[in-house]
Design a protein around this ligand. Structure first.
Ligand code: PEP
Ligand code: MN
Length: 337
């Protein structure tokens, strides 16, 4: 349910409505737009039958949110959500670039990749310590040791860091070392994990499941917001289709669709969607042109020796070249990098 206030509604009237909403056991969330303020109301909407809010001074109308997801919807919060991580904004005018290796393999390699992506203009360092691998015989990640390397790379470069959480039991550990928690495609509908990161204070990057519809993806994000964490970044990373030439099929429609359906920022992962480093530059540029708020790219100094996702990892110099091209695309669509 959303309460749309009149443009001339006063602070006292807003406060009065908020107090009333709380007193009947509902949770108000204020969203201040350039022209008017909207108050989103969460909870048992039947309670509003007893206390119709239309009659309150300052209220223009009270409307139900028709989408199945509520808190993540544009109706609920018309203004874009901008997430700030250690001074880096995701969702604003500036396109965020998150880059780094698929997996953290050793400290020297991580630091050298971190330094090169920073030099090229990346704003966040990525690196997995807990890896969701299809085969149990593949490298599973360094675990806690990897997180320590990541934290040290952050200290040395100043780049905030993102890493994947797979198991509820690792949440505290990851919160201690990472600035953004990544929920991978395979866990997009791990609802217990979503509820738990919903209680975290750290921003969450929620990847789209490879067989998830946009509605299912947004409902998964709703779990996180519903538990109190509004700092969610959506990530389109390719879906499974009949096409086998590339690893997945990037759903570029998702970018403008998410922008119209939700206030949350969306980033695109051209590395996992294509599975081939040679395809990454074109797809990254298309994502920025389509309005993505960022890209997350895998970069490795020795892709042929990488323990995970080598074929889709860019060499640092290729990544630096991509950044130059991306800046031009960003400028052409009224953004910056
Ligand atoms: C990753 O980012 O390395 C990863 C495993 O991504 P996804 O969950 O999209 O497959
Ligand atoms: Mn990967």
């Amino acid at each position: 349910m959303i309460i749309v206030l009149k443009p001339e509604a006063t602070e006292a009237q807003i406060k009065h409505i908020v107090t009333k909403v709380k007193s009947i056991g509902l949770k108000p969330m204020i969203s201040r737009g350039a022209e008017r303020t909207i108050i989103g109301v969460i909870g048992e909407e039947d309670l509003l039958r007893v206390q119709p809010l239309e009659v309150f001074p300052g209220v223009e109308k009270v409307m139900p949110v028709l989408a199945p997801y509520k808190l993540v919807s544009r109706e609920f919060k018309p203004a874009d959500t901008i997430i700030e991580v250690n001074g880096v904004k995701i969702g604003g005018k500036k396109v965020a670039v998150l880059a780094g290796p698929c997996a953290i393999e050793n400290f020297e390699l991580l630091l050298s990749i971190a330094r090169s992506v920073k030099k090229a203009g990346a704003s966040v360092l990525r690196g997995g310590a807990f890896k969701p691998r299809t085969s149990p015989y593949s490298f599973q990640g360094l675990g806690e040791e990897g997180l320590k390397f990541l934290a040290e790379a952050k200290k040395r470069t100043g780049l905030p860091v993102i890493t994947e959480l797979m198991d509820l039991r690792d949440l505290e550990l990851i919160e201690r070392h990472a600035d953004i928690i990544q929920i991978g495609a395979r866990n997009m509908q791990n609802f217990d994990l979503l509820k738990e990161v919903g209680r975290s204070k750290k921003p969450v990057l929620l990847k789209r499941g490879m067989a998830a519809t946009i509605k299912e993806w947004l409902l998964s994000a709703e779990y996180i917001l519903q538990n109190g964490n509004f700092n969610v970044i959506l990530c389109e990373r390719g879906i499974r289709t009949f096409e086998t030439e590339a690893r997945y099929t990037l759903d570029i429609n998702a970018v403008p669709l998410i922008k119209s359906l939700s206030h949350l920022p969306i980033v695109v992962d051209p590395s996992h969607s294509s599975g081939r480093w040679g395809l990454v530059p074109a797809i990254a540029k298309a994502a920025v042109a389509a309005g993505a708020d960022g890209i997350i790219v895998e970069v490795h100094a020795k892709p042929e020796e990488a323990l995970c996702d080598g074929p889709q990892s860019m060499l640092p110099e290729k990544f630096a070249k991509l950044m130059v091209e991306l800046r031009k695309v960003a400028r052409a669509v009224g953004r910056e990098i």
